[in-house]
Ligand binder design. Structure first.
Ligand code: MRU
Length: 342
């Protein structure tokens, strides 16, 4: 396979390495990944995360294993196991479906390798298109609120929602970002803050529960978020807390945009209620952990509800920023998403 380099994943001279997103921003540690168990663990512990990146990480590993001589039947099992790691982000299923098709070809090694390479390069191009289209919605001086991490760390390219913000800053300058810290795993506080600092884009970190008062004070002009799965009717799943923002944006009359590539669109899923939501460990809510270790503040047996994602209904969305265009309520009601995927 050819060398493929992104912010948080690299395939270089036959070695696959993954930047540990659990240890960022205070430690920058790259894991070498040579086997399915390691990749499964990296995904399950969110060391590799973000809807597009999970799919790409799993794909690069499968291609690497194919090149290393793994049998067709073992590769098929690897694809199934990797696909089962996280249920909500549909990009993983999209990538694994492409690899399954490649595996059915006579020269399956070449087919799997070229499929993984294509998926990686396609993601870079999809990010660029979304960033261009989304940046056109931003004005100089805008205060933009975002949730979770949707940047270069989460994709092979510049990102989804954060890619829009990056492009808008390049185009207009004078952008300021409100960064939701994103409890429980703090992808905003740890990763988005890190990326915005690296890109020298002014930002202010807030706890998730501060967004309402900021909106009431007129300090948020627009909201851009990513997606883990967009259903046929425009409902979408994204990091838990996104729905809160959509409700607040509606109340305060603030434009609310979801940004996602074609690979996040799942028209087989008719509406948000049909999206499986990943439930995660209670300890993520009982305390917090990271490069500094672990701190538990709740009673050790505290009963916990910890869905990793929530669903935002289409009715609360101002615009769907996809790589192919920006779609509004009327486009969605006319079934544009189904047409895009057909
Ligand atoms: O649990 P995570 O960190 O993988 O969740 C990530 C998100 O919810 C992102 O908003 C989504 O994947 C879009 S990122 C390009």
């Amino acid at each position: 396979m050819q060398d493929l380099i992104a912010s948080s994943i690299k395939y270089q001279q036959g070695t696959l390495t993954v930047l540990d997103q659990y240890l960022l921003p205070h430690q920058q540690h790259w894991h070498v990944c040579n086997d399915v168990e390691t990749m499964k663990d990296l995904i399950l512990t969110l060391k590799i995360r973000g809807a597009p990146l999970i799919g790409l990480g799993a794909s690069l590993l499968v291609a690497h294993l194919a090149e290393q001589g793994m049998s067709q039947s073992a590769l098929a099992i690897a694809i199934d196991e990797l696909e089962a790691t996280r249920p909500t982000a549909v990009n993983l299923m999209h990538c694994m479906a492409k690899l399954r098709a490649a595996l059915a070809e006579t020269d399956y090694v070449a087919a799997v390798v070229s499929t993984a390479e294509q998926l990686f390069k396609e993601d870079i191009a999809l990010c660029d298109s979304m960033a261009e289209r989304g940046a056109a919605l931003v004005n100089k001086g805008d205060n933009i609120l975002t949730h979770c991490n949707t940047g270069a760390l989460a994709t092979a390219g510049v990102g989804t929602a954060l890619g829009v913000i990056y492009k808008a800053q390049q185009r207009h300058g004078d952008i300021h970002v409100w960064v939701d810290e994103t409890r429980p795993l703090l992808q905003g506080g740890r990763l988005t803050a890190f990326e915005l600092e690296r890109w020298q884009i002014p930002y202010t970190l807030i706890c998730d529960n501060m967004a309402a008062s900021l909106m009431a004070a007129g300090k948020v002009d627009k909201i851009f978020v990513g997606a883990d799965r967009i259903a046929a009717n425009g409902d979408f799943a994204n990091k838990v807390g996104t729905y809160n923002l959509a409700v607040l944006a509606h109340f305060h009359n603030i434009p609310f945009y979801v940004v996602g590539p074609l690979t996040t669109l799942d028209t087989q899923t008719l509406c948000g209620a049909d999206i499986e939501i990943e439930q995660r460990s209670p300890n993520e809510v009982r305390g917090v952990s990271g490069s500094f270790g672990e701190a538990m503040w709740a009673p050790i047996n505290a009963k916990v509800y910890n869905p990793a994602f929530d669903v935002t209904p289409a009715s609360l969305v101002t615009g769907w920023v996809l790589d192919s265009g920006v779609y509004n309520q009327s486009d969605i009601k006319q079934g544009i998403l189904k047409q895009l995927k057909s």
